[in-house]
Design a protein around this ligand. Structure first.
Ligand SMILES: [Zn+2]
Length: 325
């Protein structure tokens, strides 16, 4: 069977348990050499075990550590009772739907509970976080735009009295600052929720993410005033630049409109605690969108996120701060 191209084909393709298994196995061990995720031993033997319900469970026995493992061990799927067919369909959807997908849509599409769908989507977002340590910029690259944007504040959903009180305390109250850096020429963005916009916080992010000596464009905000020590720093008036509508600013405007549309339309009310994962989801789709120089397909994006699922965990306790029921 040919590899899937559309969502419909993906659901059919991964709906077959054996095919989903083979695909995920190929992604994880592309040379076919299965390695124990616990002890890295290559001495493993495949077991097609029969479950209590009469189904089959594919696993390996490791002769190194004498323990069994499945494809899910050591990945974002670990401890999940849901089959790879459901996981892979969910990965496909969130990687390729421009506005994201809500837990209600996923719950209806896959026939899992809304609560499971919500947990699945957060785990997938964890896999979508960039795993790259490569820095943006460099002395011969184009300028990198840097700014922060406030997201959140659910004034419109509040009771009237509370809303009045809320509006009186305006400013950044109830909002989270999302800090972003855009390399226009490479068409790559980095964005994350930061606890405050103090000089030290902002400069650490810049030093961690951008090569020294790069050209930076920021506004005249005081937190950016020492950047000239490590970078070629130019202050610009972002508001005017956006209004002028230069081609280069379209890049980040597109990113924000997609993020805000997703947050307002698809996700409605996002807790600030979870915002970073929604930002990561949008960054993933933005940085991996198809361009003339890099014609990525839906399957490419899907496979990339699936690859990043290895070596990551997000438990229900970590996600909610409570024990799983
Ligand atoms: Zn082992």
């Amino acid at each position: 069977m040919k590899k899937p191209v559309t969502l419909q084909q993906a659901i059919v393709y991964f709906g077959d348990a054996d095919r989903a298994f083979e695909y995920a196995k190929w992604l994880r061990w592309p040379d076919g050499k299965v390695i124990c995720p616990r002890c890295d031993s290559e001495k493993v033997s495949f077991v097609n075990a029969t479950t209590k319900k009469g189904g089959t469970r594919k696993l390996w026995f490791c002769n190194g550590c004498k323990k069994q493992f499945t494809l899910k061990v050591g990945t974002i799927f670990e401890d999940s009772a849901l089959g790879l067919d459901k996981w892979m369909a969910a990965f496909w959807m969130i990687c390729n739907c421009k506005n994201g997908i809500s837990s209600y849509e996923l719950h209806r599409s896959l026939g899992v509970s809304q609560k499971s769908a919500w947990f699945m989507l957060h785990r997938i977002r964890e896999a979508m976080k960039s795993g790259s340590f490569a820095k943006l910029g460099g002395s011969d690259s184009g300028p990198i735009e840097i700014d922060e944007t406030y997201v959140g504040g659910k004034a419109k959903n509040m009771h009237r009295e509370r809303r009045i009180r809320f509006n009186q305390n305006r400013g950044t109250h109830g909002k989270a600052s999302v800090f972003w850096m855009l390399d226009r020429e490479a068409r790559q963005v980095r964005a994350k929720v930061i606890p405050n916009v103090k000089r030290e916080t902002v400069q650490n992010e810049i030093l961690n993410n951008i090569e020294k000596g790069s050209k930076l464009h920021t506004d005249a905000y005081a937190s950016y005033d020492e950047l000239h020590k490590n970078f070629i720093h130019k202050t610009v008036n972002h508001v005017q630049e956006y209004v002028r509508g230069e081609v280069h600013t379209n890049g980040i405007e597109n990113f924000w409109s997609l993020l805000k549309r997703g947050l307002k339309g698809t996700y409605v009310a996002v807790e600030p605690f979870h915002l970073d994962r929604y930002v990561a989801e949008q960054v993933f789709r933005f940085n991996n969108r198809a361009t003339k120089d890099n014609p990525l397909t839906d399957e490419d994006r899907f496979a990339l996120a699936m690859l990043q699922a290895v070596g990551r965990r997000l438990t229900y306790t970590q996600l909610t701060g409570q024990g799983a029921d």
